[in-house]
Design a protein. Structure first.
Length: 307
């Protein structure tokens, strides 16, 4: 006997408190036009794909939209636009309510949140265009699929505003010297790597190399070496049968005890506990892979919250 569901399946929207999309569009405004002062009863997210001479004014502050960016306007904020005087200005916009959504979970949408968030990548822009596509091709799915995408988009913009990860466009345009240093680190983890040695290899001073690492990667060369050594150790713990001592030496630690302290500081559990918790025999079938062009490494397992 086959059991069948009675009635329609519950929607994603009914299970998750999502934003409610009110109106959206993709406009190209004539050069020299603008939008007079106004306030709105809802939230508005805008994306300006091209930097130009347009100005967004909110309260008493002017923001020059001279690079691709997202703009967030909150209910009651007095704002206006003065579009570029020489060229047409394109922008995508979404007005939405947050009637059932806990706004406290996204500081971006609170009154003290940022108004303009620069962004030169493609992923988030594509997400916003996909919402427009759903509205055009599947309008009956907008409040389910579109709202879910909008929530994800807002969360990703929040991460940009928090500056807790590098802009993908910046990460993909690393200076050749920084990329060369990273490649050398990955190929030489078992060697005695030093900041001075890396700097000499790329033709920079140690100070300039350190500043460039912090700017583009958010960490110093020394921190980068340590992180990549621990990441490689995690690979070896999951994919092979080497002992913890052998792994410590393989990733450049001359002392097993020091390796164990660094590993636990980084992962909050010991190397032995990490292997016991995450090892799976199928990982042994993985073939060696280069780093490729993605922002994440191949042949790595990423673990979320564990129960």
């Amino acid at each position: 006997m086959v059991n069948r569901l009675v009635g329609p399946a519950p929607s994603i929207r009914s299970a998750i408190r999502l934003p409610s999309i009110r109106v959206l569009g993709d406009f190209v405004k004539k050069a020299g036009t603008g939008l007079a002062e106004r306030d709105i009863p809802d939230y508005e997210l805008l994306y300006f794909p091209d930097g130009n001479g347009s100005v967004y004014r909110v309260g008493e502050r002017d923001f020059y939209l001279d690079q691709p960016c997202f703009v967030v306007t909150r209910p009651g904020e007095i704002h206006s636009y003065r579009y570029d005087s020489q060229h047409p200005t394109r922008h995508l916009f979404i007005h939405f309510w947050l009637r059932a959504f806990p706004v406290s979970s996204l500081p971006l949408l609170q009154p003290e949140g940022p108004s303009v968030i620069p962004y030169e990548g493609e992923l988030l822009a594509s997400m916003m265009r996909q919402i427009m596509t759903i509205a055009h091709l599947k309008p009956d799915k907008l409040q389910e699929r579109g709202s879910l995408l909008l929530l994800t988009l807002l969360a990703e913009i929040q991460s940009l505003a928090d500056e807790d990860e590098p802009n993908p466009a910046e990460a993909q345009r690393l200076p050749p010297q920084v990329q060369k240093a990273l490649d050398t680190i990955d190929l030489s983890l078992s060697d005695n790597l030093t900041v001075d040695g890396l700097a000499r290899m790329v033709g920079w001073t140690p100070e300039h190399l350190s500043r460039s690492f912090v700017r583009h990667l958010g960490m110093t060369p020394k921190e980068t070496i340590a992180r990549r050594r621990i990441d490689r150790a995690c690979q070896l713990l999951l994919y092979g049968q080497m002992s913890v001592k052998e792994i410590a030496y393989a990733v450049g630690f001359g002392d097993e005890n020091y390796f164990c302290r660094v590993f636990k500081s980084s992962k909050a559990i010991t190397a032995t506990e990490y292997r016991a918790k995450h090892y799976n025999p199928r990982f042994g079938d993985l073939a060696p892979a280069g780093e490729g062009e993605s922002l994440y490494p191949a042949n790595r397992v990423f673990f979320g919250e564990q129960s």
